[in-house]
Design a protein around this ligand. Structure first.
Ligand code: ADP
Ligand code: 5GP
Length: 190
């Protein structure tokens, strides 16, 4: 509950392939008392992914059930699949005074910010559009058609981000980006 909240919520968004997962994992490693939220999704699991690590992969029916019983903090449909943040773990982590990192899209970020108005909102930008395409290819997680769909969405996400996000971090050099994210989180706790 908001009244008993002690920890801090940090929302990290950005176009697919920009390096959000890499930055969040690296940031979480360097913080004490942190909880990196694992979302539920109806997207099919890629071969490189492990259930419960990147996401909890669930069916559409299971997702609908979670919406119905109010167990999601926020959810959104992205690229034709549903993604949502389980609420129970977030509340538990905040009560324990942890920094909670949510890696979610722009629509979900607005819902989460409405629940946690003090949340820090960080948007990760690619150095160039070409580099974003390159990273998505290197990741090799999806076919070309899916990758192109994801790239097409990047421009509109970036445009929307300028309205909602307090912090914009360019992920050119990974170390630099992680250190900027750490500074934002640590700065907000003083
Ligand atoms: P996202 O979670 O935003 O979809 P990932 O974290 O999966 O993106 O990163 C996409 C790819 O880009 C991965 O192969 C990752 O290793 C690589 N990557 C991340 N940050 C950088 C960076 N600063 N420079 C070069 N490659 C990067
Ligand atoms: P991907 O399939 O590339 O892992 O994620 C696709 C998009 O879904 C990304 O923009 C990612 O931030 C977003 N996403 C992942 N989990 C959640 C979530 O729990 N809620 C919302 N709203 N978006 C999410």
């Amino acid at each position: 509950m908001q009244d008993t909240q002690q920890g801090k919520v940090v929302i990290v968004s950005g176009p697919s392939g920009v390096g959000k997962s890499t930055i969040c994992a690296e940031t979480a490693k360097r913080l004490n008392n942190v909880y990196l939220s694992v979302s539920v999704t109806t997207r099919p699991k890629a071969e490189t992914e492990v259930d419960g690590r990147e996401y909890w992969f669930i069916s559409k029916e299971q997702f609908q059930e979670r919406i119905n019983n109010g167990s999601l903090l926020e959810y959104a449909e992205v690229f034709g699949h549903f993604y949502g943040t389980p609420k129970d773990k977030i509340d538990e982590a905040l009560r324990a005074g942890k920094t909670v990192i949510l890696e979610i899209d722009v629509a979900g970020a607005q819902q989460a910010k409405a629940v946690y108005p003090d949340a820090e909102m960080i948007f990760i930008l690619p150095p160039t559009h070409g580099e974003l395409a390159e990273r998505m290819n290197n990741r090799g997680r999806e076919d070309i058609e899916t990758a192109e769909k994801r790239l097409d969405r990047a421009d509109s996400e970036i445009a929307a981000a300028w309205q909602y996000y307090e912090h914009m971090v360019i992920n050119d050099d990974l170390e630099q980006a992680v250190s900027e994210v750490l500074q934002i989180i640590q700065g907000s706790q003083t």
